[in-house]
Structure formats: C-alpha cells, structure tokens
Design a protein around this ligand. Structure first.
Ligand code: ATP
Ligand code: MG
Length: 200
C-alpha cells in the first residue's frame, strides 16, 4: 500500500490541508491509496500558544474528511500523550503497515523546519517527503534554498494551486469577528460557531 501521512495541529482543519492531501494523492508517481491525517497531541514546536482541545480538533477533522474514501484519521499521536515527534509516528506506521511505502506530506514551511525536528535523517529514511509550496512561487524556488542538506534528492514536489489559508489567520478572523466562510468546509465553520472556539 502507498500511504500518505499528513500531520498537523489542524486547529482548525481548512481547505489548504484538504487540497494538500488531495493534490499529493494525485501527484505522479505517488498515486497514494490512502492519506492518513494525524492530529498532533502536544505539538512541541508550538508550545508558545495554547492549542485547542484534541477532542475539538479531531471532531473538526472527521467532519472535514467525510465523503472522501481515501482520507482517514489516525489518533495515534493523541493517544500517545506527551510531545509529538514525527519520527516516532513514522516508526509506528512502519510496523503497523509492513511493506507499505510511506510518504510524508508537508507544506514548504514544515519542510524548512525539518532540520529542527527530532532525527530528521531517520524521518527521511522512513518516508519520502512530498512537498507543496505555500506561496505563489514558481516550482518551489523559494523552498529549495531552505532545504536541509541531502534532502533535496528525496523531495517530490506536489503540484497544488497555492492557497494562502492558515489556521492562524482563521483563528485571528474569528477573534476579530470576521467571516471565515469559504476558507474551510461549512460543517467545520458551523462546529466552530457552535462550540464558540477561538473567541477568547
Ligand atoms: P497554523 O497557522 O496554526 O500553523 P496551519 O494552517 O499552518 O496552522 P498546520 O496544522 O500547522 O496548519 O499544518 C499542517 C501541515 O499542513 C503542514 O505541513 C503545513 O505546511 C501544511 N499546510 C497548512 N496549510 C497549508 C496551505 N494553505 N497550503 C499548503 N500546505 C499547508
Ligand atoms: Mg503551521
């Protein structure tokens, strides 16, 4: 099986994540059978801000993925507790899906941050990185420069229409009373309203 892995805080999940997963799935020669969305438990790279309750983030994710048979959520990082390390997650998936090809799906900002993660070389040995630009730069030009040494050969560039949507911007808009319509699935927007998320 060809398995795509998309980790994130998903606070909240939005069309940027969904198009990233869908575009990675279709990127030749990937043809992923499945994309696993893995919400991070306690993202250690984001310890400077409070991340919403995992129950909310997982609920929004499953609402957003509804109707796409190739999308699945794994709560393994939520169950593990403690800080989230991608390398541990990939080790677990490697054992859980023996003989599968693992592809780590990343936005370019996440790839640039990779050298700061735990065991980046092991990560690259366990999974092939599939990366999409988050800006309107041609062919990942900007991102290439920020790559960890030796990673370039392993990277598969995902063709995706640039969507400048981020969780931070959505949270900020909610806080300021601005509309978040058309940035994320309506079911997720309604969930945010119903549970009064991001208002503080
Ligand atoms: P935040 O603003 O809180 O950091 P985010 O929108 O960046 O939220 P994350 O959960 O941090 O979402 O991102 C998970 C993964 O999805 C990362 O690899 C990130 O690069 C990627 N990603 C998020 N938004 C986009 C987007 N609009 N286009 C491409 N990739 C994206
Ligand atoms: Mg981010």
């Amino acid at each position: 099986m060809r398995l795509g892995v998309l980790g994130g805080t998903f606070d909240p999940v939005h069309f940027g994540h969904l198009r990233l997963a869908e575009s990675a799935r279709e990127t030749d020669p990937l043809e992923l059978d499945k994309v696993l969305f893995i919400p991070a438990g306690q993202p250690w790279r984001k310890s400077n801000r409070a991340v919403s309750d995992p129950t909310h983030r997982a609920a929004m994710l499953s609402l957003a993925m509804e109707g796409n048979a190739a999308f699945e959520m794994s709560t393994l990082e939520l169950e593990r507790g403690g800080p989230t390390y991608t390398v541990d997650t990939l080790e677990v998936l490697h054992d859980r899906y023996p003989g599968s090809d693992l592809t780590l799906i990343l936005g370019a900002d996440a790839l640039a941050d990779l050298p700061n993660w735990r065991e980046p070389e092991r990560i690259l040995a366990l999974a092939r990185p599939a990366v999409a630009s988050r800006h309107n730069s041609t062919d990942g030009e900007l991102e290439r420069q920020a790559l960890p040494a030796g990673a370039l050969e392993r990277v598969l560039w995902v063709r995706m229409e640039p969507l400048e949507i981020s969780g931070s911007d959505i949270r900020d808009k909610v806080r300021r009373g601005l509309s978040i319509r058309y940035l994320l699935p309506d079911v997720v927007r309604l969930y945010i309203e119903e549970h009064r998320l991001y208002l503080d």
